[in-house]
Ligand binder design. Structure first.
Ligand code: UT7
Length: 329
């Protein structure tokens, strides 16, 4: 097996305190707790309130990750924030986090790869630490999807939530523990199935010719679902086959949390028992780029990952993009 690269020293997460339940949504659109639970597995999600923003969530998650890693902000070489809902189009969330942390030495940029953003960012960090294992890199997935949600569209508004997760990455201590492989994929031919057009340069704000719905996330859910199950299984198998590992050797699978039925499908295809698959979609819904780092942080806190464990992270999102990262913990 290939030598390990990026090693995670510490993780953290931040969730807004405001909880929006399925019962709350029943009062907002024509939906039901039963429909949402059966079709998605979601029971509630977190929504930002006054004074909360993407960069604040990202900074809080980062502080927790740095503290657990025992790394000071001045020691960071790079900050990468995966997000599709930045505070501003300019500057990036990453520089706002850099400033808030006082990470003076760090370069900083945002990365746009929708729900696969965290795994894309982790794979970039992996390349940087393979070049110089002493580097310290902060990798964050952070989203405020609630501000890009059409609260009149029941086909999307029940799905998303806000939150952030962070990981402090450095080189493998021994060549055994850390990232073993990364696989990134995209298919732009299907971009139109999942979009957030408004406020891009083709869709300027307040242009009366642009329909209101285009300022929010739009999705052809059934089509996205079909692509997601196919792509997530394929990229999971690609990771396992490349590493010469059988699915049964996995200790934990951390899939992107978009729909419990997608997660279940993947679990069945890999023939994994439920205890080897991390699920928190019932609490947070789909938090896009934040979903995997939040899940990773919770998995650690719950003692679901221990030294030497083999963990596979798998994502799928708009674009389409999909990815996997295989790690020895
Ligand atoms: O993270 C990025 C990737 N995203 C995903 O992977 C999401 C993939 N897609 C999905 O998770 C699912 O397609 C959804 C959860 C979005 C939808 O579930 P579905 O089983 O594919 O439902 P559907 O879109 O086929 O709709 C079935 C019915 C429709 O009614 P009719 O036409 O059968 O009368 C919808 O109008 O359910 C209706 N419906 C709802 N009913 C109650 C759609 N949304 C709702 C709702 N409450 N919130």
């Amino acid at each position: 097996m290939r030598k390990a690269g990026a090693f995670i020293l510490g993780t953290g997460r931040a969730l807004p305190s405001r909880v929006l339940t399925n019962q709350d949504l029943e009062r907002m659109v024509d939906t039901s707790d039963e429909w949402i639970t059966q079709r998605t597995g979601i029971k509630e999600r977190r929504i930002v309130g006054e004074g909360e923003s993407n960069s604040r969530l990202a900074t809080t998650a980062a502080r927790r990750a740095l503290s657990r890693a025992g790394v000071s902000p001045e020691d960071l070489d790079l900050i990468i924030v995966a997000t599709l809902t930045p505070d501003y189009l300019m500057p990036s969330v990453a520089v706002l986090v850099q400033q808030a942390l006082g990470a003076r030495r760090a370069g900083a940029f945002d990365l746009s790869a929708t729900c696969s953003g965290f795994l894309y960012a982790l794979s970039i960090a992996d390349k940087f630490v393979r070049e110089d294992p002493k580097r310290k890199i902060l990798v964050i997935g952070s989203e405020v999807l609630s501000h890009k949600t059409n609260w009149e569209d029941r086909t999307t508004c029940v799905l998303f939530g806000d939150g952030a997760g962070a990981a402090v990455v450095t080189g493998s201590p021994d060549g055994e523990r850390g990232v073993l492989s990364t696989h990134l994929h995209a298919d732009g031919s299907l971009w139109h199935l999942l979009t957030l057009k408004g406020c891009g340069s083709l869709y300027p704000p307040c242009d009366p010719r642009i329909p209101r719905e285009d300022y929010f996330i739009r999705m052809q859910g059934r089509e996205v679902f079909k692509q997601a199950v196919r792509a997530m299984e394929a990229v999971a198998m690609e990771a396992l086959e490349t590493a010469g590992v059988a699915p049964g050797e996995l200790d934990l699978l951390i899939p992107h949390q978009a729909n419990i039925r997608i997660i279940e499908y993947l679990r069945e295809r890999l023939e994994l028992p439920p205890e080897k698959v991390f699920v928190n979609i019932h609490r947070y819904g789909n938090t896009s780029a934040a979903s995997i780092p939040i899940a990773l942080d919770e998995a650690l806190e719950e003692g679901r990952l221990k030294e030497g464990d083999l963990v596979l992270m798998v994502s799928f999102g708009g674009g389409f993009t999909w990815a996997s990262v295989l790690m020895r913990w």
